[in-house]
Design a protein around this ligand. Structure first.
Ligand code: DAH
Length: 351
């Protein structure tokens, strides 16, 4: 191997050792740069004869070309390697599942509320909404439950301020029944002129769904729960109508005619007589079991008076039912607390 072949081999090894384009350019300078080895060879030709210059010059030029083509080859290889590395680093796996957007849905109890509103709406009931922080008077006193009434002890609640003897204190409402009074008083105000003239007043037919609160917590009671109040007052509204409304409602709600309804005597201060409403399914997992679903009764004359109406002329019924309970029955859920834990693994099953 002559000196020129050695030079080419050395350049080849040097270029191969360069791992980056910058290293390769440094290696190039060592051979082809101003002070590079090939340049030095060309400078060294000054001492040669004309003939020697011719052959040596051609050889050196050939060497230079070989080194240049090795350089080009290595440059391309490095660029290709760089491209491959970049492609690999930025690679996209198009078979991965896409990013999903979480799909929201209505809470099962909200679905029940909407169902209740739709069914009662179809029977001509308005929907009323009222405050969860309620005045003592609306929550108790106006409902025939004065300050020392024993029935208050079953409705222990969260008191917002000191209870004044005049009933102006505030509390978290223990039931939706105060909405009977709030709505009826509004209704009576709206029809005051007709009433004063002794004319008939349009019937009160309303439901009031919403949140209620009591000091209660176990598998079937939550300190916050839902109720839906109902009120139908007119000149000729009887228990018979109440039974028809309930039959219609529960058959619609549970989407079955195979359902029995039973009224069981009970006590509520604001109704007389009062009844607990039970239903029983003729088929399905709950077949034959009586399930309590509502309280109800004929509105007490004292309460009708608090509506601003004459109890000798206006009569009707009220009821209060538990949408949470209805939701548990409809979906077969046996622990009420699941509805309020906010666990998406549970809630997303109702989407
Ligand atoms: N408010 C009662 C409760 O929470 C339920 C109730 C019973 C409502 C009878 C009524 C009714 O309107 O007539 O226990």
């Amino acid at each position: 191997m002559n000196d020129l072949d050695q030079l080419v081999s050395a350049a080849q090894a040097d270029f191969a050792a360069a791992a980056t384009p910058a290293e390769l350019e440094n290696a190039k300078a060592r051979y082809l740069g101003k002070a590079g080895q090939v340049t030095e060879l060309l400078k060294g030709m000054g001492a040669l004869s004309h003939e020697e210059k011719k052959t040596r010059g051609a050889e050196i030029n050939q060497t230079k070309q070989r080194i240049e083509s090795l350089l080009t080859e290595r440059r391309q290889a490095l660029a290709e390697a760089e491209l491959q590395a970049q492609l690999k680093a930025e690679s996209l796996d198009v078979s991965l599942p896409g990013r999903q957007h979480g799909m929201g849905g209505l809470h099962p109890v909200s679905r029940t509320m909407e169902r209740i509103e739709a069914i009662f709406g179809s029977m001509g009931f308005e929907v009323a909404d009222g405050p969860e922080i309620e005045e003592d008077w609306f929550n108790f006193t106006a409902l025939n439950t004065p300050a020392d009434h024993p029935a208050r002890s079953m409705h222990d609640t969260f008191y917002v301020d000191t209870q004044a003897p005049d009933g102006s204190g505030h509390l978290l409402r223990t039931h939706t029944s105060p909405m009977q009074v709030r709505h009826a008083v509004q209704h009576v105000k709206r029809h005051a002129a007709a009433l004063a003239a002794g004319q008939a007043m349009p019937e009160i037919r309303v439901i009031a769904p919403g949140r209620t609160y009591r000091v209660d917590s176990d598998a079937t009671h939550s300190p916050m729960f839902h109720q839906c109040e109902g009120l139908w007052i007119g000149e000729n509204v009887s228990f018979k109508d109440l039974k028809a409304v309930f039959a219609d409602f529960f058959r619609n709600f549970f989407e079955t005619d195979d359902l029995e309804i039973r009224f069981r005597p009970s006590f509520f201060p604001f109704t007389e007589p009062s009844a607990e409403v039970d239903i029983a399914f003729a088929s399905g997992p709950l077949k034959g079991r009586w399930l309590e679903v509502a309280g109800s009764g004929q509105v007490h004359p004292n309460v009708v008076r608090n509506f601003g109406l004459d109890p000798e002329r206006y009569i009707g019924f009220a009821f209060g039912m538990g949408p949470d309970r209805l939701t548990m029955l409809r979906y077969g859920v046996n622990d009420l607390r699941l509805f309020f834990d906010g666990d998406l693994r549970f809630l997303s099953q109702f989407r």
